[in-house]
Design a protein around this ligand. Structure first.
Ligand code: 4AZ
Length: 234
């Protein structure tokens, strides 16, 4: 969970811890102003957004690396960023904060039910974040379905192979504003894997408008290379 400073800090986006000092999020979360990492506070172990929870810890950020080709193939393309947590205080993994596994490169998740989590809007028109972390189960759709004209086909942003669509086509269950950057997590062999990063959608929870996620399995090489350039092993 990321907060950008205004007078105090306010919720902006989600994220997923993938290693001791590495958090994966969405590139569009860092797109607003010239990126000033000193104005970001990253919170691990968060549960209630506006209350100091026992297990939450705040961190400074040393570096944010948005994907170099963010927006190259449309406004929502390559919407992924790697965050290096500052060394100031060190991260302790426990039952409240622990890293999620990356999927195998090229892993398929179509047909599986996965979990999307975050503090985002609970409806498209409710302009406030959820006070307590929420989770929803959503099925991963195959790309052919998502690319149909009646679904998300024929729009300004093509559904790329590097995206995942997930959601219930009758509507009502989805990620929304404030969930961006957060995880679409799927269990695999008893472990949680990070299959998607909340990225965009046509509104929230609308009929035949699934949420669109960055397909993490398409970026495992980039993540590994970027992590090692930051001096962090994965
Ligand atoms: C947003 O504005 C946003 N329904 C995030 C996710 C979705 C829609 C909008 C998916 O950040």
């Amino acid at each position: 969970m990321l907060d950008t400073e205004k007078l105090t800090f306010e919720h902006q986006c989600g994220g997923a811890v993938i290693a001791e000092r590495l958090v994966l999020s969405a590139a569009h979360c860092f797109d607003k102003h010239p990126l000033q990492v000193e104005r970001i506070r990253l919170v691990m172990g968060e549960h209630r957004l506006n209350i100091q929870d026992k297990h939450e810890h705040r961190f400074l950020v040393e570096k944010v690396v948005p994907h170099p080709e963010f927006r190259k193939n449309g406004p929502h393309s390559n919407d992924i960023a790697l965050i290096l947590v500052a060394r100031s205080n060190h991260v302790q993994f426990n039952s409240h904060v622990r890293p999620i596994c990356l999927p195998d490169a090229g892993a398929e998740s179509a047909g599986r039910w996965c979990a999307v989590t975050g503090w985002g809007y609970q409806t498209e028109s409710t302009e406030s974040f959820a006070p307590v972390l929420r989770a929803a189960a959503v099925p991963v759709l195959d790309l052919a379905t998502c690319r149909k004209d009646q679904i998300l086909g024929g729009r300004q942003q093509a559904i790329l192979d590097s995206m995942i669509c997930a959601g219930i086509l009758s509507g009502g269950v989805d990620a929304c504003k404030g969930d961006s950057g957060g995880p679409l997590a799927c269990t695999h062999g008893g472990r949680w894997q990070l299959h998607g990063v909340v990225s965009w959608g046509a509104g929230c929870g609308r009929r035949a408008r699934p949420g669109v996620y960055t397909r993490v399995a398409a970026y495992v090489d980039w993540i590994t290379r970027t992590a090692s350039a930051l001096g962090h092993r994965l």
